[in-house]
Design a protein. Structure first.
Length: 187
């Protein structure tokens, strides 16, 4: 009986100590919906700066399209056609054409492009076109976009062959039309 009481007491003390240690390290319940992260850094996925946590942006698109398909086509054509000189301007235009995460990602990419020495020194450019576009089976607002692109430039970029790329796009109603709300290049 005394051994059981002693074990229960040790377990309680251990639980309290673990809780204190975790609180001090800012470790919380990963399944709690009320936990907030202070990490605002981005991670790089498929050459795209993406936030570690969802980003909410209610800025309305300044250039909505008349249809979901038109929104994706306009966004996609601008997204795949740029040079090291035009990239920042293209990202600004893309941010204005989009809403939500897609707009926020493009605004963050403007700053990334300005700090990218390789982009300037290698004179990188990309050209491409949409070769297929279809609604995804899981809903009207999700689309699958296939592009054929060629990246050029100096040094390692000189001999890159054209390649197909798949992107999952999401659209949303915007004031006066439609806008891209998600643009997720796939690996």
């Amino acid at each position: 009986m005394r051994t059981t009481h002693l074990l229960q007491r040790r377990a309680a003390v251990t639980a309290v100590m673990v809780g204190v240690c975790c609180a001090g390290c800012d470790i919380g319940d990963p399944y709690s919906s009320t936990q907030t992260s202070t990490d605002t850094t981005s991670r790089i996925v498929d050459n795209e700066a993406q936030p570690r946590r969802p980003y909410r942006d209610d800025t309305p698109a300044t250039a909505p399209a008349p249809s979901p398909q038109a929104a994706i086509e306009r966004f996609g054509e601008l997204y795949v056609n740029w040079t090291y000189r035009t990239l920042a301007d293209h990202r600004r235009r893309l941010a204005a054409m989009a809403v939500g995460e897609a707009s926020a990602t493009q605004r963050r990419a403007i700053a990334e492009a300005a700090r990218d020495d390789e982009l300037q020194t290698s004179r990188i450019a990309n050209e491409g076109k949409i070769v297929a576009l279809a609604t995804a089976r899981d809903g009207d607002d999700r689309w699958v976009v296939v592009t054929r692109e060629r990246t050029t430039g100096e040094r390692v970029y000189e001999a890159l062959p054209p390649a197909f790329h798949v992107t999952l796009a999401t659209v949303a109603r915007a004031r006066g039309g439609w806008a891209v709300s998600g643009w997720e290049p796939q690996r």
